[in-house]
Design a protein around this ligand. Sequence first.
Ligand SMILES: [Zn+2]
Ligand SMILES: [Zn+2]
Length: 539
Amino acid sequence: MKISFYGAAREVTGSCFCVETGDRRILIDCGLQQGGHNGFGQAFPFHPGEIDYVVITHAHIDHSGRLPLLVKHGFKGSIFATEPTCKLLDIMLRDSAHIQELEALWASRKKRRAGDPATEPLYTMEDALRVFPLLVPCSYGDTIEIDESVSFAFTDAGHLLGSAYVEMWLTENDPAKGILKRKIVFSGDIGTPGHPMIRNPGFIDEADVVVMESTYGDRNHEHSFDTVTELAKVIENTLVKGGNVVCPSFAIGRTQDILYHIREIKERGLVPSVPDFLVYLDSPLAKAATKLYSEELADYHNEETLALIESGIQPLAFDGLRIIETSEDSKRLNDDRTPKVIISSSGMCDAGRIRHHLKHNLWRPECAVVFTGFQALGTLGRIIVDGIESSVSLFGEEIAVRCQIHNFRSMSSHADREELLNWINHYKKKPDCVFVVHGEDQTCKNFALRLIEQDFKAIAPKYTSIYDLETFEPFFEGKELLQRSDRERLERRDSPVFQRLMFAGMRLVEVISRNKGGANKDLAKFADQIDSLSNKWDR
Ligand SMILES: [Zn+2]
Ligand SMILES: [Zn+2]
């Protein structure tokens, strides 16, 4: 029985883990890499056709965005997720496929002008559409027995509508060792209490092994920070000066949080100088998600929000909210000089319409950009938040950063350090091993050390590492992630075909490690074949 770490290992995005028991291989999450990623692109270091099932913790793109790629490369099994997650995935993956196709089209135009061959999209709408029939919607709390060796259940993680921890029970019948049973919990993203609309995160009592996130494993949120009042102040000060407030935001989750707060700001009259200010929601995906939140998924809200609805208040609706549909209307927004609030995606500014809003507002000192979510290393959002660069490159133009930059960490839907420690200490008996993932390199390592101080066995696994789920010894130690400068060099230098070759090499190392303990005759034959292949290509 073993576990492999194929993403979010010493980084925040690209969540993807694989457990193996007997001849079953189950993938937990299949997220897109965002920002600088690990230098090996989005390709999988395993064969998607060999995966039997996938379980998805929640709909965010860094946990689900490579599902169409998985299907494109031969995965045919079932994909289990909570009912709200399945509904959100339907809009999320269509949107992601659309972005992939558009980006490939743009890149191809550029390349054609340079006489180079066209760029293939990572995946197409057709690939995304092939995901949906494989989705199996599940209810929170139900134990689902996939087969005799695997069963699992979802518990509310309080991070996004539909978000869940996965409790998984594995059984392996090894002729040599007998029956081995393990319970493993995947935290997905752990929410924070008191978040708008979302129920408070739950706890789990028992596990042999826990794979837990650590996004904010090195800091605590400022709980005394009054988000509504502070956001109102930024809006008032900016609009009075004639500037725009630009909010880069995840279309699903964070956008609805901002709308929820702005409704309250308007209701309480917290922007007295411009009480009727206009708010533009410029993201077709955010529009679709907001509709789902307000209609089909309304039952999943927390009690406070249900009470609002009961009293006749629509939590995400208010006067002055305008929805932008087409990209032409989105661009036209830049010509309109009326001060306004613009909410657009992507949340980390690495794609989408937000990029042209940044181009038209970053250089204006009277404007403000409000970040409300975690900005992964290597993303444009991170570069702006860190404030190191005085200008950024957008659409081939250098744009000066002169506007006000605000980072509202209090709006995070991730648990902070104390809440993470509280969560892991809630287990009745300490788990035998905690794998710390979904945090930046240093954060994962530090959080693991903090757990070790508290007498846990904790490991911050590396990308592509493989561990035995009985002894917690590594079969394969994995790759050190590349530094950003190395990554950029690698990405510039290596063609996609070369990257694929690198992956094939990494897979070979993995296959070698899997054969440890095999018959001498087989191992010798394998070694001979590798030698002969190497001799052929060593030039
Ligand atoms: Zn998330
Ligand atoms: Zn995440």
